[in-house]
Design a protein around this ligand. Structure first.
Ligand SMILES: [Zn+2]
Length: 532
């Protein structure tokens, strides 16, 4: 461990962030507005919930064949559901940094795990605090630790108890305690990040067997099923939401005795790269069983979401609280050669997340938005719903989505995203050819097309997909449709040209920062598959 080295890395990254900000014409952000309250108001509370690794198409109200998320679906029915929401990066820290700043990764400078958000950048929490809100964040994810710089603007930032445990239960209980103890005279901004759907996909029983037909007649599975499927308008967690979260290897393995991938992920019997990029060795049944477990972890999270929604109702703030629920990115289960991971590609299974907003004051129930939006657009949206000034976020890349939930229109919003290369740590990835920023894939998603650029020593490789006729992104049309490609490449290039660090090989800095992690953080990162 070389903890001392991390300060200089932090400084380097912070300075790089400033430089990027200036190039982006954001010099004014240096003058942060401090914490001067704007005076008493009738502003709503804002509760932001992000669920780790939650792909949109595994959410019930997004057309999934399983009833994984009855509570999120109920919330959507009471407010707005955005059908096409794209993350700006397929991995946690850059994606959350985009949400918090309204900028794409080149704009906020957080390009990898780990990295540090420059203090000069204005965040959503800083805007709320400046408007007199009490602000708090709760997460157990190592990458979202205080040192990431995401703590900016939070009066309280709870990320100090790393453990292998995922545990939506403890997070939801802590949130309920916080809501009970807060100052009821001031509005709050509370951000919760649930971790449970991340690998190793070992939720507690009976969630682990909830979607396993062979175990459907077990009494506790039957009971949980009946409770999940009951019809009601209010939020009530099942008794099983009180079971601590996993990873529960001992309880999961007996239900999946022959699942080779589960054992590989639990004990890292193979190198991470040989699992993530070489998973073709697993049978379709093996992969499908891991989806069952992933779905069980989603339902466990959803059940604990009910606990928080019930608390809002019990406290009488259900209608005076803006609730936003989304994911930080998706997950691949064999699509495009990626297994049980997300960082390394830019296809929809790793970028498309659910987004649900409820605020009865402004959003009619049952609102459906099909137009493409970006996760980063949530920052100005939440501020506008709360009538808080955008301040420096006015110069961000994001657009408030409020017109879309009030029956209005917005111009089409192109989505850009970039991947994590991590070539040095994942030599098995056959399609990352350079280290650092230089090796990143970049993506543009328009109303109909997706263009992906993959840097290659012999010239960049491109993929072009027609999302209307080929939503699974299986047919690369780049060479067949030179007309379309010719229109889209300059758009992607112009986004990249704004990024002075686009060809930087910063992998050494990233690796140095990794070495500075404490043992508890290392243990969690090992469980989650980030280090061997
Ligand atoms: Zn994540």
């Amino acid at each position: 461990m070389v903890g001392q080295g991390s300060c200089s890395v932090r400084g380097l990254i912070a300075r790089a962030g400033v430089k990027i900000a200036v190039v982006f014409g954001l010099g004014a952000i240096a003058a942060c507005n401090g914490t001067r309250p704007t005076g008493p108001s009738e502003r709503p509370n804002v509760l932001l919930i992000t669920v780790e690794t939650l792909r949109a198409d595994h959410v019930g109200s997004y057309g999934y064949r399983r009833n994984t998320t009855p509570n999120l679906d109920r919330l959507a029915a009471q407010g707005a559901r955005f059908e096409n929401t794209l993350a700006q990066a397929p991995f946690t820290l850059p994606s959350i940094a985009s949400l918090m700043t309204g900028r794409t990764p080149p704009g906020h400078g957080v390009r990898n795990h780990p990295a540090i958000l420059a203090p000069e950048l204005e965040t959503l929490a800083e805007r709320f605090r400046a408007a007199g809100y009490q602000t708090a964040a709760m997460t157990r994810h190592t990458w979202l630790r205080r040192k990431s710089g995401l703590d900016q603007g939070f009066d309280e930032y709870h990320n100090n108890k790393f453990s292998a445990g995922l545990d939506a239960r403890s997070l939801s209980l802590a949130a309920v305690d916080w809501l009970d103890a807060r100052d009821p005279e001031r509005p709050f901004f509370l951000w919760l990040h649930f971790l449970d759907p991340h690998l190793p996909y070992t939720p507690s029983y009976p969630y682990s067997a909830l979607f396993r037909e062979e175990h459907a007649d077990e009494p506790r599975v039957q009971h949980l099923r009946s409770m999940v499927e009951r019809e009601h308008d209010t939020f009530e967690p099942t008794p099983y939401a009180d079971i601590p979260g996993g990873p529960y290897y001992d309880l999961v393995f007996p239900h999946y005795p022959d699942n080779e991938a589960l054992l590989d992920l639990a004990f890292w019997r193979r190198s991470r790269g040989s699992i993530f990029f070489g998973g073709k060795r697993y049978s379709a049944d093996t992969v499908s069983e891991l989806r069952e477990l992933y779905d069980g972890a989603i339902t466990y999270t959803d059940d604990n979401l009910a606990r928080i929604m019930k608390s809002l109702a019990d406290l009488g703030v259900e209608t005076s609280t803006v609730v936003a629920v989304t994911g930080d990115h998706g997950e691949a289960f064999g699509e495009h050669g990626l297994y049980f991971t997300h960082d390394f590609a830019l296809y929809d299974e790793v970028l498309r997340v659910p987004l649900v907003l409820r605020y009865p004051d402004s959003i009619p129930p049952g609102t459906e938005v099909s137009q493409q939006v970006r996760l980063m657009d949530l920052a100005p949206t939440l501020l506008e719903l709360a009538d808080v000034e955008l301040g420096p976020l006015e110069q961000s890349d994001a657009v408030s989505l409020v017109p879309l939930v009030k029956g209005g229109t917005l111009p089409f919003l192109n989505a850009f995203a970039e991947s994590a290369p991590r070539r040095s740590m994942f030599p098995e990835h056959e399609r990352v050819y350079f280290d650092g920023n230089r090796g990143k894939w970049r993506m543009l998603r328009t109303e109909r097309w997706k263009l992906i650029r993959i840097p290659h020593p012999d010239g960049d490789l491109y993929e072009l997909y027609d999302l209307v006729s080929d939503p699974g992104e299986t047919q690369n049309l780049f060479h067949e449709l030179p007309g379309e490609a010719g229109k889209l490449v300059p758009l992607l290039e112009s986004w990249m040209q704004q990024d002075p660090a686009r060809d930087l090989d910063n992998s050494a800095e990233e690796d140095a920062e990794l070495e500075g992690l404490d043992p508890a953080a290392v243990q969690q990162l090992r469980t989650l598959g980030y280090i061997q």
